[in-house]
Design a protein around this ligand. Structure first.
Ligand code: PLP
Length: 411
């Protein structure tokens, strides 16, 4: 009989979102008239913008005619899309890239997982705590860890606590590591790293021969002018960093699927014999073998995000979400609840009032304010005592939720 990948059994059952769902449905069954407002999910709520939709439709129409039909495209994505991304998203920030360094994909959840294919299992990995759970679980799945301890830390992985004390910008790992995951702007804390902080990470990586996996899924939500959008804005980053980006949150592509990974030619690793080798070459080999590219209409739609018209429309929605974030952040602050993030990211990370546990606060918020959020402890042990609210939602719902929280705690 075939043997399973036992590493999967080390994973704690997908506990967080099913448990939230269970508690919410129990509540709504018992209170059918309560108008529950969901600010828990990390999914967008606004539809695709008109310019994107038009390009998407055109792409589909081209597929209907033999003269304009597209079959398999380049596994790395169409050159024209990579060039538009370079011209519109990187060049204006002083970052020069070649199209061969930009790999278009069906999203950055897959990329940030699949990237592990081209790294030896012996590499030591450091991740934040709290963290986007994908980084942790995919490393467990490939067999880089032992079992989890009582707190939820896996043996063999290095955790970097992100706390109020360090401003949610973690300290350097306590031991020598080879790979460091940074998510900036951060999910779940909504916080960002300054140019100086990112420079310290790049310098650290260069000095310690480590590679940074930089997840920039929320870069489009940055509002403060001096916060870097790309790690390549920092000198030396091309020698030590891979960057992941996604159209998901930027342009509402969560259900359309398009993202990208940048691997600069300068980024090198070592072979078993100690010779240097290009990660760009390896990723190209990986993608051409295991991936067949993103559909043509989706890439047309993605290109339209960066047209003048498309970007203006997309930006309007981002501004709308960030206004939600401001309303939540200022409302909570007025209610005497300490909160973080929400300035350069669509997430507000709040400290539970009175030192309540994350799950106790979840229950209280649901039962007394009819508002659903995400318990911070679900993102890692250091998330205990914190709670995530998402700025994705309708304005009226956000305002009502904030008012209910103010009525409950703001006295
Ligand atoms: C939503 C999100 C992504 C994007 O994932 P896709 O697969 O591109 O939809 C990546 N990283 C983080 C931290 C996210 O929250």
């Amino acid at each position: 009989m075939a043997r399973i990948n036992d590493n999967y059994l080390k994973l704690q059952a997908g506990y967080l979102f099913p448990e939230i769902g269970r508690r919410v449905s129990e509540f709504t069954t018992a209170n059918p008239d309560a108008k529950v407002i969901r600010l828990g999910i990390g999914d967008v709520t606004k539809p695709l913008v008109p310019a994107v939709l038009e390009a998407f439709h055109q792409g589909v129409d081209e597929m209907a005619d033999a003269a304009t039909f597209h079959g398999y495209g380049p596994e790395q994505g169409y050159d024209w899309l990579a060039q538009i991304i370079i011209d519109k998203a990187y060049k204006p920030r002083g970052v020069e890239l070649k199209t061969t360094e930009v790999f278009i994909s069906d999203g950055s959840k897959c990329d940030s997982s699949n990237i592990l294919d081209i790294f030896d299992l012996g590499n030591k990995v450091a991740i934040g705590d709290p963290v986007y759970p994908v980084y942790n679980d995919t490393n467990v799945m490939v067999g880089r860890s032992g079992n989890a301890d009582d707190k939820g830390y896996y043996e063999g992985l290095v955790y970097m606590p992100c706390t109020e004390e360090n401003g949610f910008n973690p300290e350097f790992p306590a031991e020598k590591v080879d790979i460091i995951y940074l998510c900036c702007p951060n999910n779940p804390t909504g916080t960002v790293a300054t140019k100086e902080q990112l420079k310290a990470w790049v310098d650290y990586a260069l000095t310690n021969d480590a590679i940074i996996f930089f997840d920039a899924a929320y870069e489009a939500f940055i509002t403060e002018a001096d916060i870097p959008h790309s790690i390549y804005e920092i000198d030396g980053a091309k020698e030590c960093a891979i960057e992941f980006r996604s159209f998901s949150k930027t342009a509402g592509f969560t259900g359309v699927r398009c993202g990208l990974t940048v691997i600069p030619e300068e980024l090198l690793g070592t072979t078993e014999k100690g010779e240097k080798y290009s990660f760009n070459k390896l990723w190209n080999r990986r993608q051409t073998t295991k991936f067949n590219g993103v559909s043509y209409p989706v890439q047309k739609a993605a290109a339209a995000v960066y047209s003048d018209e498309g970007w203006a429309q997309v930006k309007e929605i981002i501004d709308f979400y960030m206004e939600n974030a401001r309303i939540i952040r200022e409302g909570l602050t007025a209610a005497g609840i300490a909160c973080f993030g929400g300035v350069n990211a669509p997430y507000i990370w709040l400290k539970t009032p009175g030192g309540m546990s994350s799950w106790d606060f979840f229950d209280k918020l649901l039962n007394e304010c009819f508002v659903v959020g995400t318990p911070g402890s679900g993102f890692g042990p250091s998330g205990e005592g914190y709670f995530r609210l998402s700025a994705f939602g309708e304005r009226e719902n956000v305002e009502t939720a904030v008012q209910r929280i103010k009525d409950k705690w703001g006295k």
